[in-house]
Design a protein around this ligand. Structure first.
Ligand code: ING
Length: 311
């Protein structure tokens, strides 16, 4: 019996610093309704979908960023989105900034939740690869200070049985790391959903800027093929607080084909009816169980990152 899942990337245009959560949630619900009309069972929203991408700024007093964090999920401001999911029978992935108190200290993560078609949270993921600078660099026209604001994700790369398949989550920079996909594929994932906020220009890597779209796509196309995965990537795009953010939200097949891609830089939904059986088909081409040679791969898990002194 063939297995199909109709899924969408729901791209958001800019979210400005002073846009109220209620207004953003209305935009998300409008996209969820578009997804319903397109026959979707699952809609993927961007990373940090509820707020502007504040790590582009340096704030000496981190408490100034508290306004961008959610202390619970759902909460009063996001509950309408969860209710809409149940009303429409459409699940979603939502990237957001997670904050909570634990053991007398404040924890801050760049997180995402996977929500089912009844509006219930299936799972949570915390961004493992947190890129950018811990220290303010006044020479740059804008910052990328995620490591200053967020801890490294501490939940690993879990996968969940949901939507008739096995689903894993990732966030933005995670999509550039082959380990992200391999770990989840070895756990049986057939679908990876991820949100991203990627500046069109990286001020501290200017030579790469002409390759931004190519680098964005090639990571996911290679991973989809090498791991037998459907990948859905959804952007926060457009000129957001003076910084141009990439669009190119897309859906990538296990063949590595980009089967759908957004054309604009605003709120835009792209949907695709995925043949889930392409995932096991491409996995069988590689034959992970019989053909991988982990006895030669040890260095991948042995080299430890030099732990930078906590700022
Ligand atoms: N990182 C962005 C990404 O596209 C980036 C941009 C890359 C920032 C490398 C710093 C270093 O991966 C996010 N938002 O994770």
């Amino acid at each position: 019996m063939p297995r199909y899942l109709t899924v969408a990337a729901a791209q958001l245009g800019p979210v400005l610093r002073d846009e109220p959560r209620e207004s953003v949630v209305k935009r998300l619900i409008a996209l969820l309704e578009q997804g319903k009309k397109a026959g979707c069972e699952l809609v993927v929203f961007p990373e940090m979908a509820l707020t502007t991408f504040f790590p582009r700024w340096y704030m000496a007093n981190k408490a100034e960023t508290d306004e961008f964090f959610e202390r619970a999920m759902p909460n009063d401001r996001t509950q309408p989105l969860f209710e809409a999911a149940a009303r429409l029978g459409v699940g979603f992935y939502l990237g957001y900034c997670e904050m909570f108190e634990e053991g007398g200290r404040t924890r801050r993560f760049n997180s995402a939740v996977l929500v089912d078609q009844k509006g219930r949270i299936i799972g949570k993921y915390r961004k493992v690869h947190v890129p950018g600078n811990r220290v303010y660099d006044p020479k740059l026209p804008y910052q990328h200070m995620e490591p200053y604001y967020f801890e490294d994700g501490d939940l690993g790369f879990p996968v969940w049985q949901a939507f008739g398949t096995t689903v894993g989550m990732a966030i933005c920079n995670d999509r550039r790391w082959p380990e992200t996909y391999r770990v989840m594929a070895l756990k049986g994932a057939e679908l990876i959903v991820l949100g991203f906020n990627s500046p069109s220009q990286l001020p501290d890597w200017p030579d790469q800027n002409v390759f931004r779209v190519q680098h964005h796509l090639v990571c996911m196309q290679a991973a989809a093929y090498q791991n037998g995965l459907w990948i859905v990537a959804s952007s926060k795009a457009g000129r957001e607080e003076g910084v141009d953010m990439m669009g190119h939200s897309c859906i990538v097949a296990p063949s590595s084909d980009v089967v759908a891609v957004t054309q604009g830089l605003g709120d835009e939904l792209i949907a695709y009816r995925c043949d889930l059986d392409l995932a096991p088909y491409y996995k069988s081409f590689f034959g992970f169980e019989q053909n991988r040679r982990p006895e030669h791969y040890g260095i991948i898990t042995q080299m430890q990152r030099q732990r930078l002194a906590a700022q």
